[in-house]
Design a protein around this ligand. Structure first.
Ligand SMILES: Nc1nc2c(ncn2[C@@H]2O[C@H](COP(=O)(O)OP(=O)(O)OP(=O)(O)O)[C@@H](O)[C@H]2O)c(=O)[nH]1
Ligand SMILES: [Mg+2]
Length: 413
């Protein structure tokens, strides 16, 4: 793995009406012919994401999108794809021209900001028509960052880049560290990684690789074992590890093997802190204890995959939750953005770890559940809970651990 993972790159999106020069702006900004440019409105049809380095910003994932004003049946499909991209964006550029600037651009800007992105307005084609002073004054008054450029002549492209660098400051695609705030220098961290049939051939999975890298970045020591070797390794160490991180699926065994007082957590808990909202997921998991016969639970996957026979989301979690609660619960599976689905009927949403999506998108999914006040948690937290070891697995996080103290006894049948 020799490139920055997509989810760790700052996600930049270029939005605007057809023919505004969105594709031209990407090409001018990057100095490369990334996107096709043409005078035909509707040239860019699907949102295309590309990993690249932008000088001064660093590794980014940049999306060119279809015009937001596209019409007709096909056009509407394109617009909905553009909207799906909006939820992933950290830094948004709305491209317009002095001639065409109107309320739709303002609405687009507002929508992007509402979804948590920082946004800048770029007036393109100033070689044709410069920006009116009163429009500029209005934007300044509303504190909307803007810049006027020409992608044709290259005028002010440098200034646009500077503005974007300024906006990107302190804007991290993700938290900067996974474990840096819970481990000490030189501390030994024991990672427990099951190598079962579901493990990919010849490599570790991305979250495991990222945690190992983060431990090294923080001048600590990573020791990686399979769950069968825990007892052996613990007995050979002079002092117990400062922290143990395991896969959720073996959390019960690992929790049992560890000496009293050893801090334990799971990859899943670490990543829900990184990408989502750990406290929110811990609050959400409590809903499992109040499920009744006939209740519905939605299993939500970030991306579509071929379900394997003992699929974690489709088979194992439903089985464990039913066993734990003793209730007759119906599970539905949904892959893709939560916004696309009616969720009012569900008592709980259990989301996957979301290793392939970035923080902006996960937070968007969490926000989608806010309005309807539906509890949301994730696979790993639900697994630790139904195995009765969640409190132990939250030992490095006293605040989130304290939220569990309010779990009440399950009401009788
Ligand atoms: N005069 C002038 N023309 C420009 C400028 N930037 C882009 N154009 C032209 O505007 C037209 C549309 O440019 P694109 O970059 O394809 O625009 P787009 O927003 O990606 O368009 P769609 O993908 O169709 O939505 C092309 O003919 C470009 O050559 C500019 O700064 N000045
Ligand atoms: Mg285009």
């Amino acid at each position: 793995m020799n490139t920055t993972p997509v989810a760790n790159r700052l996600h930049i999106g270029i939005f605007g009406k057809r023919n505004a020069g969105k594709s031209s702006f990407i090409n001018a900004l990057t100095g490369q012919s990334v996107s096709i440019v043409s005078p035909v409105a509707g040239t860019t049809t699907d949102p295309v994401g590309k990993a690249m380095e932008i000088h001064g910003i660093g590794p980014v994932y940049i999306y060119d999108t279809a015009g937001i004003d596209d019409t007709g049946e096909l056009g509407e499909k394109r617009v909905s794809r553009t909207r799906a991209v909006m939820g992933k964006i950290n830094l948004a550029v709305v491209v317009t021209t002095a001639e065409d600037f109107d309320d739709r651009d303002r609405a687009l800007l507002d929508e992007l900001r509402d979804r948590g992105a920082r946004a800048i307005l770029v007036f393109n084609k100033i070689d044709v028509k410069p920006l009116d002073d009163d429009v500029a004054a209005g934007l300044e008054k509303d504190k909307i960052p803007f810049v006027a450029v020409s992608c044709l002549t290259g005028e002010n492209i440098g200034a646009a880049r500077e503005h974007m660098i300024e906006l990107a400051k302190n804007l991290e695609a993700e938290r900067s560290t996974i474990v840096g705030d819970i481990i000490g220098h030189g501390e030994l961290v024991l990672l427990v990684v099951p190598i079962d049939l579901g493990a990919p051939k010849g490599r570790l999975i991305l979250p495991q690789v990222q945690v190992i890298r983060d431990i090294l970045d923080n001048d600590a020591v990573a020791l990686v074992v399979k769950e069968r070797e825990i007892e052996y390794i613990l007995s050979s160490l002079k002092t117990p590890p400062g922290l143990v991180i395991c896969d959720s699926q073996v959390v019960l065994k690992v929790a049992g093997d560890l000496p009293e007082g050893t801090k334990l957590t799971t990859f899943s808990i670490l990543f829900s802190r990184l990408k989502g909202d750990l406290a929110r997921f811990v609050e959400g998991v409590k809903a499992i204890d109040t499920l009744h016969d006939g209740d519905r639970v939605l299993i939500c996957e970030a991306c579509t995959h071929h379900p394997v026979p003992d699929d974690i989301g489709r088979v194992k979690i439903p089985r464990w939750v039913k066993l734990y609660t003793g209730k007759d619960i119906t599970f539905d599976v949904h892959a893709g953005p939560i916004l696309d689905r009616e969720i009012s009927d569900y008592k709980l949403i259990i989301h996957c770890g979301g290793c392939m999506i970035n923080r902006a998108e996960m937070m968007g999914r969490i926000r989608a559940t806010d309005e309807k006040q539906i509890p949301i948690t994730n696979y790993g937290i639900a697994i630790s809970h139904v195995h009765g070891v969640l409190s132990k697995a939250l030992s490095p996080f006293p605040y989130e651990q304290s939220l569990l103290e309010e779990v009440h006894e399950r009401p009788g049948p």
